[in-house]
Design a protein around this ligand. Structure first.
Ligand code: FES
Length: 569
């Protein structure tokens, strides 16, 4: 094998990123010897190398069709004259990871960034889907800035139980609440359990995975319709082939994330997030991705977008349907067409066209469907996400108003305080605690630094209240909730309790006042008294990790308002 191979870029392909031996000739010689051992010849080595990030894992059940998708992408790469090279990356199984996948999003982002930077590749296809994988990959390539194209595995199909359509995981939570309330018995909940996730694919309500799929299209980082095509559809495979082909073209065009992920692209994503009533987790993820590119997003930016854009996608938890329905109704192109007056048209998309050029070829919502609605006939009025300010969280908090109970949006009540998840588990169902629907449930020390920011903000309704039919109470925390969850739940409170936020100073019985209409959340305790309490309280984390990633994370993770990224990234 010789070194005189013709390449589109003399420093491209496997001549990129030579291993450091102090002798580049030796590095190339050794590299070719080992590539030869994999059956590659000079013809193969003349082609652009397209990395494919494989986030498949037996633990990430929603990615179980990943092998078929990789095959499809490889076929597209080969058709376009590239050489596909898949490599595994950390997979983040939302449901099979402790304490929460969020604690590892930044680790995966670092890992993918280092893999795409250290290994020779001319472009990369980012395969993902489960909640944190897509943001981690975008954070990685935002920093690495190599030609990149995203593709999600796509949403699951729905199941049925006794004639009722079911899906993960809004219905998981609803049915579990019914079980806790005595509406379903042990046998019934076991039957329901097998119908909630009936196929391969990501959760098919507008949870975080679906939200990020839609956001990818809004940002222009994936091909049209790729955000919502079901995992098991043939269209998903065709999108894989098209993505592979397009990845090769990105090399000659040298189209990098920094040309796609502009401030206008993020503005478009915030418009879409409002229109789909997307997961609140996307606020943190978009903030983190944008910051990697030097673009600052605040909760007030998300609030502002949500105030002018009504909810148009009729998907659970804010609506009634599922992602496959949205896809059949035209998917993101139909939604984007309806949102056209609010979008920046001149942003580039990964397919090569501007969004405006694509919009000129698309049609809006069609009369035969009612899943993607029009601005004049929305699912819910504007205001799906509301930024909250006030004395309890000086740096802000958010509430998904579209999934909250209207009668609790303006509420004043005494606090019941849980200091940790263990404290919550031990006491929430104890009638002696005396929780009523008028109380405000406060859970602290679930912020990023304290515990990785688990999705525990949707505190369970106490069993004895659930049995009486109570389905919602005002709940407040410095943590997150699943995009599939619902209720009057205040999230992402910043600063978190362990980093000196006033949340740490709340005591049982303190009055808390929530006014969503005015964007206010206040702890009704005199400032002098709070100062006195602060003098008695030393902020910090109990049982803080002492080694490894968890220590690095706890020491360096930023607040939710900054995207919960590492402060050195
Ligand atoms: Fe993977 Fe819901 S568990 S997307």
């Amino acid at each position: 094998m010789t070194n005189d191979i013709v390449r589109p870029d003399a420093a491209g392909g496997f001549d990129r990123k030579l291993t450091s031996y102090g002798d580049d000739g030796l590095a190339k010689f050794l590299r070719r010897a080992f590539l030869s051992s994999a059956g590659l010849d000079a013809e193969d080595l003349s082609k652009p190398v397209i990395g494919i990030v494989n986030t498949g894992s037996d633990y990430t059940t929603c990615h179980r069709d990943m092998p078929a998708l990789i095959d499809a992408v490889k076929r597209g790469v080969l058709q376009a004259g590239g050489l596909p090279f898949q490599f595994t990356a950390m997979s983040l199984p939302e449901i099979l990871i402790n304490p929460t996948s969020m604690m590892f999003r930044n680790l995966m982002a670092m890992e993918v960034e280092e893999q795409v930077t250290a290994q020779p590749m001319d472009a990369v296809v980012l395969l993902g889907g489960c909640d944190k994988t897509v943001p981690a990959e975008l954070m990685a390539v935002a920093s690495a800035d190599i030609p990149s194209i995203s593709l999600v595995v796509g949403p699951m199909m729905t199941g049925t139980w006794r004639g009722e359509r079911l899906g993960a995981c809004t219905d998981c939570r609803r049915m579990w609440t019914d079980y806790r309330g005595g509406v379903l018995d042990d046998d019934e909940i076991a039957e329901v359990n097998t119908e909630l996730c009936p196929t391969a694919g990501t959760c098919m309500v507008m949870g975080t995975a679906s939200t990020m799929g839609c956001v990818l299209e809004a940002l222009g980082m994936t091909l049209p319709r790729a955000g919502t095509a079901p995992a098991v559809s043939s269209e998903r495979l065709r999108l894989g082939v098209a993505t592979g082909r397009r990845a090769v073209e990105l090399v000659t065009e040298d189209l990098r994330p920094s040309s796609i992920l502009t401030a206008d692209a993020f503005a478009n994503a915030m418009v879409v997030l409002a229109a789909i009533s997307g997961s609140t987790n996307a606020i943190i993820h978009l903030t983190a991705i944008a910051r990697r590119l030097g673009i600052t997003l605040t909760i007030d930016d998300f609030h502002e977008a949500a105030q002018k854009i009504p909810v148009l996608a009729d998907c659970k938890p804010a609506g009634t349907r599922y992602l496959p329905d949205m896809h059949s109704a035209g998917g993101m192109p139909a939604l984007l067409k309806e949102l056209e007056p609010y979008l920046a048209r001149d942003v580039r998309t990964i397919g090569g066209q501007t969004l405006g050029e694509l919009l000129d070829t698309w049609s809006g919502p069609q009369p035969y469907q009612d899943v993607i609605r029009t601005i004049d006939d929305p699912v819910k009025p504007a205001g799906a996400l509301v930024a909250l300010h006030g004395s309890l969280f000086p740096d802000g908090a958010i509430i998904k108003a579209a999934a909250a109970s209207p009668e609790l949006m303006n509420h004043r009540g005494p606090a019941v305080v849980f200091d940790s998840l263990d404290d919550l588990a031990a006491r929430v169902d104890d009638p002696a605690v005396g929780i009523t629907e008028d109380h405000v449930l406060v859970l602290r020390n679930i912020g990023p630094a304290a515990s990785g920011m688990p999705e525990a903000g949707a505190i369970p309704i106490p069993r004895y209240l659930a049995q009486r039919g109570v389905r919602d109470i005002v709940r407040i925390s410095d943590g997150r909730m699943s995009g599939t969850a619902y209720g009057t739940v205040v999230l992402h409170g910043t600063p978190e309790a362990s980093r000196g936020g006033p949340l740490a100073l709340v005591r049982e019985g303190d009055i808390i006042e929530l006014n969503v209409g005015e964007g206010r959340l206040d702890l009704c305790v005199e400032p002098d008294e709070l100062t006195r309490r602060a003098q008695e309280h030393a902020p910090g984390v109990e049982n803080a990790p002492s080694r490894g990633w968890r220590k690095l994370y706890a020491d360096h993770v930023t607040g939710a308002d900054l995207g919960a990224d590492m402060d050195f990234l």
